[in-house]
Design a protein around this ligand. Structure first.
Ligand code: KG4
Ligand code: ZN
Length: 344
């Protein structure tokens, strides 16, 4: 197989991103450029992502970000083998901007189009960063998703469990919001937790008695809100203790669920060492990262945590998913429709 070079676009939430990734004949991957423009400042005042503002901002910056990605890679459209874009799931206005841009560029430059599932981008990232072999167990924890996925091959995924209400990152964000901490909430809660007493509050651990691999965080979130209301007005120490107790509860939930998932992987693939991968923005949390690393050691699992820049939303993961599908001979037509919902 020859070298494959793909431009990838990502616009499913509040990052306008474009990247050029190249895979050589030996299978080695190189990120030639990876440009991400966060819309953080545009949404800050609203305490969350406003879909209409996000879509307009993607329209405004898309061309510029693509030009930057090609410049940084020192390539032109002529050097590309294809154009990949997130086609869902996500905020539909934004997805339409990226996918329609990709269709137009593909048509204008006579290049193949690859319509990518955003979750597939996250799921295949450990192959971009570490050349990980199939099959592997993926824990995807972001602002929009919390799930265990068995990744068996490109396009071959088995969902082992997911959240029945809030995503894990969303729970962090909502707790931060009710405590009056800034956005995005995850890193704030983590910082405050370092100064707090994780044992002061005992919060519920929903679903933990059940042996299925699903998550639930809304009851926990409510318990945090009730504790905050009961202790109000909150001192800095109260805030720190609530954050520490919340994070400690999350750690217990993750510990329990990951053990179940790793045991299932071991049972199904007893012939080789388990492979365990974490992706999504919440993987940036150091306490969570440490817990998962300890579990990997205990289960003798090969573990990959991609660098944070590639865990959060970016164009490189979309370009890479495009390369994997391109090399399997897959192509998408100009009639491919954007999908607000699109389970793996
Ligand atoms: O993957 P991501 O960048 O965007 C998507 O949701 O697709 O994930 C963002 C989420 C946010 O909810 C953010 O609060 C959370 O990841 N997050 C964290 C930390 N850093 C980011 N949660 C806990 N601890 C962190 N250090
Ligand atoms: Zn994402």
């Amino acid at each position: 197989q020859a070298t494959t070079t793909i431009l990838g676009l990502e616009t499913s939430c509040d990052e306008t991103a474009a990247a050029v990734v190249q895979r050589d004949a030996q299978g080695g991957a190189k990120i030639l450029s990876n440009i991400v423009r966060s819309q953080f400042d545009e949404h800050k005042a609203f305490g969350g992502v406003v879909p209409e503002i996000a879509a307009r901002s993607h329209v405004q910056y898309m061309d510029h970000i693509v030009a930057q990605a090609l410049d940084a890679a020192e390539l032109g459209f002529d050097d590309l083998d294809g154009i990949a874009a997130t086609a869902g799931p996500g905020l539909i206005g934004g997805v339409l901007v990226g996918l329609t841009s990709a269709k137009a560029m593909a048509y204008a430059h006579d290049l193949p189009l690859l319509a990518i599932n955003h979750l597939e981008g996250h799921a295949l990232t450990p192959r971009l960063t570490d050349g990980l072999e199939f099959p592997y167990l993926l824990l995807l924890v972001s602002g929009g998703h919390s799930q265990f996925v068995l990744v068996k091959g490109v396009g071959d995924y088995e969902r082992w469990g997911s959240t029945i209400d809030d995503a894990l990152g969303e729970a962090f964000d909502k707790v931060a919001k009710m405590l009056g901490l800034g956005m995005p909430g995850g890193p704030q809660v983590e910082q405050w937790a370092q100064k707090g007493d994780p044992k002061r509050f005992v919060f519920p651990k929903p679903l933990l008695k059940e042996k299925r691999l699903d998550f639930s965080f809304s009851g926990l979130k409510t318990a945090v809100r009730l504790a905050a209301e009961k202790e109000a007005p909150l001192s800095d120490q109260d805030v720190a203790d609530i954050c520490a107790s919340f994070q400690a509860t999350i750690l217990k939930i993750l510990d329990n669920r990951c053990r179940l998932a790793l045991a299932r992987f071991q049972a199904e693939f007893s012939e080789h060492q388990p492979r365990f991968v974490v992706a999504g923005g919440v993987a940036a949390n150091k306490a969570i990262g440490q817990l998962l690393k300890d579990l990997a050691v205990e289960y003798d699992a090969e573990m990959v945590v991609p660098p944070i820049k590639l865990c959060t939303d970016n164009g490189a993961m979309i370009a890479w998913a495009g390369i994997e599908r391109f090399n399997l001979g897959e192509r998408d037509g100009p009639d491919f429709q954007a999908r607000p919902r699109w389970p793996l």
